[in-house]
Write a protein of this length. Structure first.
Length: 357
């Protein structure tokens, strides 16, 4: 009986070539795919090609086909955003931008991944359909580990940054959005502006508290006791508001304006104000964040809040990806820093100048 000995040979990937050549995987992709409008020296190009030859690297047929046989299809992989209140606007922005360019948008929904990495099998599913490029939308991650397939093909990220700083990305400018709320309340005459915060460690938490602190410090109005943390739900907003409003303490000690981390917390703050006999906005102005339907217009008075640019991020992603597929985008510049889109204030009825005391 003959026993066959099989040796499994590890397939050489683009990351192996990058390590051997001492360059980024994006540089390897640009060199091996002859990507236009890149600033790669001849010495680097030679080093990359020699490393690829020495390692026996063979380009992925499907990934390489993205450069040479445009299918008119782009893939949008969503990290559980397809079941969140915000997903519709991202998808709508992407679909309308795709339609304007004669592109078809293929959508795949993935499970929320607690680890900051992207599942390559989802990308391969789109590659099998000959997608020209990829858009990956995440929920919370600051940075993600991008698989080789996204380095070898045109790709952009929504809501996260590539850890290597190579893939273009777009995120809401939460910091500036929060700062604009403080500016608005200061301009309305408020001096004691409290913040109902949360401790959940996500980019939104850090950006919003940073914007609030910076503007309050610049105005000489920041006090630690004006910030109370609670869970980012209506119940947390209620508890934070009760603590901040000091159980009915009269002005000038009591805040005349309350900025809430999100609309759900603002909903709880409305309840606290009612229990304390405070009229909104006569006695207390309240501002939320997210513009999460149907909360703002389900409250009375309707909630002034900050809108996240979901539609705009979806449209930006398709526009940018389309330019990259056509060789018109500059990966190095776009990937170095995330593009931040404005978070505008949606003015409704919950803000007014403070009552005279």
């Amino acid at each position: 009986m003959r026993t066959e000995s099989r040796v499994t040979r590890k397939q050489v990937g683009i990351r192996d070539v990058a390590a051997a050549a001492g360059v980024s995987v994006t540089t390897v992709s640009h060199v091996l795919n002859d990507t236009p409008h890149t600033r790669t020296s001849e010495e680097t190009r030679t080093r990359v090609k020699e490393a690829a030859a020495n390692l026996g690297y063979k380009p992925n047929r499907l990934a390489r086909g993205l450069r040479t046989q445009a299918s008119g299809m782009v893939g949008l992989i969503t990290e559980e955003i397809a079941i969140t209140p915000y997903a519709g606007r991202i998808i709508q922005g992407a679909q309308e931008a795709a339609a304007e360019r004669g592109l078809t948008l293929a959508i795949i929904n993935s499970a929320l991944n607690p680890a900051p990495d992207i599942e390559p099998q989802l990308l391969r599913a789109l590659m099998d359909r000959q997608a020209d490029g990829f858009i990956y939308a995440t929920v919370y991650h600051d940075e993600v580990v991008v698989p080789e397939e996204m380095h070898a093909s045109p790709a952009v990220l929504i809501g996260a940054r590539d850890r290597d700083g190579d893939i273009p990305s777009v995120m809401p400018d939460e910091r500036a959005g929060a700062a604009s709320v403080v500016d608005m309340l200061l301009a309305a005459g408020h001096k004691r502006i409290a913040y109902a915060a949360t401790s959940v460690d996500v980019p939104a938490t850090r950006g919003r508290i940073a914007g609030y602190r910076e503007r309050m410090i610049a105005a000489g109005r920041f006090e630690d006791r004006l910030v109370v943390e609670a869970e980012a739900e209506a119940s947390g907003g209620y508890r934070a508001a009760m603590a901040l409003l000091n159980h009915g303490a009269a002005p000038p000690q009591r805040p005349t304006a309350l900025f809430c981390y999100n609309d759900r917390m603002a909903m709880g703050a409305y309840r606290a104000a009612a229990e304390l006999g405070l009229s909104i906005p006569r006695d207390l102005s309240i501002v939320g964040f997210d513009d999460q339907a149907p909360i703002p217009y389900s409250l009375y008075p309707e909630l002034t809040t900050v809108a996240l640019p979901h539609y705009e991020m979806g449209a930006w992603a398709v526009e940018t990806l389309s330019a990259l597929v056509e060789g018109k985008g500059e990966y190095r510049l776009l990937g170095a820093h995330s593009t931040l889109l404005a978070c505008p204030i949606v003015h409704r009825g919950s803000v007014a100048p403070p009552a005279a005391t």
